[in-house]
Ligand binder design. Structure first.
Ligand SMILES: NC(=O)c1ccc[n+]([C@@H]2O[C@H](COP(=O)([O-])OP(=O)(O)OC[C@H]3O[C@@H](n4cnc5c(N)ncnc54)[C@H](O)[C@@H]3O)[C@@H](O)[C@H]2O)c1
Length: 273
């Protein structure tokens, strides 16, 4: 079969490959002929080339993982993430955004011309516009965990929704980085998934004690949760050669939920419109 996606023989790095969307994306990438380097805090069962234990909350583990990754990388997939609750605000932001940014910027010089970065944000981050100044202030910090930790302590009262904030940061970071990376012929995009049946959702509803009805407010009008595979596929598409002129984009993968909100057909519960 033709290498329509352009991954055959290419090195790709993916976080969060042990479960859910990341696992689905990792399997697709293996099937597409990529050399897959998986980073996760948990055991990865997809048949990847190399699997490295990493805690996205801990830069020491990321630094150690960098030595196991190739010097030339075609694509980076940032999938690792946790819900809040049950994770504390600060831990959620550190895992979901600070770790993502730290790893991305450590790898940028290894990403080859024509390559790309694709991350997972969330519908929960779609209300970034009313919060843009706070998000930009956080993004203006040095790329270090210490700077992020200090800022989060100082702004604890302002950042009540750590999960939503972490995902707003991913969306704004994606857009802010697009121009800089375009000069190196590298693309950067993210997706904003609606509620998806995964390990994340089990933790949110179980340990996080969020009731079904609260999550279901954000389901698309088809009335169902997505599967991990339905999120992994568009993510793989965005870093593929099929999307060779697509960058700086946040793609809602929500069967039209955000479109309905933007058109005033659904309540705007997140400040999206
Ligand atoms: N499930 C949803 O409804 C939903 C909706 C929107 C966005 N998301 C986002 O999608 C992404 C993937 O989540 P999922 O739904 O597939 O859930 P998942 O729990 O199945 O997968 C998350 C992965 O991240 C890994 N991970 C968690 N903490 C880590 C850490 N500290 N260091 C390294 N790896 C860590 C987990 O081991 C797991 O492999 C996350 O970023 C999540 O925020 C999920």
């Amino acid at each position: 079969m033709n290498d329509v996606l352009g991954y055959r023989g290419k090195n790709v790095v993916i976080t969060g490959a042990a479960s859910g969307m990341g696992e689905a994306a990792a399997q697709l990438l293996v099937d597409a002929g990529a050399q897959v380097y998986a980073l996760d805090i948990a055991e990865v069962s997809a048949p990847v080339a190399v699997s490295v234990k990493v805690d996205m909350k801990n830069d020491t583990t990321i630094d150690a993982a960098l030595n196991r990754l190739p010097q030339e990388i075609y694509a980076l997939f940032n999938c690792a993430g946790v819900p809040s609750p049950p994770f504390a605000m600060s831990d959620t932001v550190l895992i979901n955004f600070t770790g993502l940014r730290y790893l991305t910027e450590k790898l940028i010089d290894r990403i080859t011309s024509g390559g790309g970065i694709a991350s997972i944000a969330s519908t929960a981050g779609m209300g970034w516009k009313p919060n843009i100044e706070r998000v930009k202030a956080f993004l203006a910090l040095d790329n270090s965990y210490d700077a992020a930790k200090t800022w989060l302590v100082e702004h604890e009262d302002e950042v009540s929704d750590g999960y939503g904030f972490s995902k707003q940061c991913i969306i704004v970071y994606t857009m802010l980085m697009a121009g800089k990376l375009a000069k190196k012929n590298i693309r950067i995009n993210c997706i904003a998934p609606s509620p998806t049946d995964s390990g994340f959702m089990k933790i949110l509803k179980g340990e996080g004690h969020i009731p079904d009805e609260a999550v279901e407010l954000f389901l698309p009008s088809n009335g169902r949760y997505a599967s991990g595979a339905e999120m992994g596929a568009p993510l793989v598409m965005l870093n593929s050669k099929l999307a060779s002129f697509v960058s700086g984009h946040n793609l809602p993968v929500d069967f039209g939920y955000c479109a309905e909100v933007s058109m005033g057909q659904r309540d705007d519960l997140l400040g999206i419109a």
